[in-house]
Design a binder for this molecule. Structure first.
Ligand code: DX5
Ligand code: ZN
Length: 218
């Protein structure tokens, strides 16, 4: 069964027209939008906090998939959940291996769907038990911090590894996802495609979404 979804990353949208951008996603047939939270510490960039997630929540009924690129994500996860986040993904590198089961329990206790993200150079094989505990996993296909970077092909074997280990788990990829790389990552087993600059710069974003979600890339 093909269950590929394309998730526009709002990092590349026009924030002066946020409600319209969300309505555009809805009209394009999008089900889930991706929200990038950067703390200026875990990554060298700053974006947005719970206040803006709450504004998004008021503007749309789309699923809000919130990606916390933060050194202390658990200090803020409940605030993002209360603001309206449906899913919250935290970085394995931020949590660290010690006490990971309890930390992921704490994330789940917010009431959000839970996700664990991995930077391109993190060894996911060390984390399979933790991954088994969450609702979705995300492989960064760029070093996080900025939109519009080039896809890192060395992550592809990790997608295949995780799909082999977790046949049913939603596997997200994030960074450099576009018309060129979508066929590769879907072939590897990814089924949640976070797409920022390529989506918002496309002349036909609805067409891009439909094509990506078709799974047919001839
Ligand atoms: C990068 C963010 C991504 C970003 C992707 O740190 O996590 O979600 O918006 O942007 P593109 O698709 O332009 O690489
Ligand atoms: Zn992201």
């Amino acid at each position: 069964m093909n269950d590929v979804l394309l998730l526009p990353s709002l990092l590349s949208c026009d924030f002066s027209r946020l409600a319209e951008e969300l309505a555009g996603c809805k009209a394009a047939g999008v089900q889930v939008v991706h929200v990038d939270v950067m703390d200026g510490h875990f990554v060298p960039n700053l974006t947005l906090g719970p206040l803006l997630v709450a504004a998004m929540r008021r503007a749309t009924d789309l699923v809000l998939d919130v990606h916390l690129m933060m050194t202390q994500p658990l200090d803020y996860a409940q605030a993002f959940r209360d603001a309206g986040a449906d899913a919250i993904t935290v970085h394995a590198e931020a949590l660290g291996p010690r006490g990971i089961t309890e930390k992921l329990d704490q994330l789940r206790a917010t009431g959000a769907r839970t996700g664990l993200a991995f930077n391109p150079d993190t060894d996911v094989e060390m984390w399979v038990e933790a991954i088994a505990q969450v609702d979705q996993v995300m492989l960064m296909t760029v070093y996080p911090g900025f939109g519009g970077q080039a896809f890192i092909p060395a992550v592809r074997p990790r997608i295949r590894f995780l799909r082999g280990r977790f046949p049913e788990l939603p596997i997200q990829v994030d960074g450099g996802i576009d018309r060129r790389t979508i066929p590769m990552v879907v072939e590897d087993g990814a089924n949640r495609l976070v797409c920022g600059s390529a989506y918002f710069n496309d002349a036909d974003p609805a067409g891009l979404r439909a094509w990506a979600e078709s799974g047919q890339y001839v």
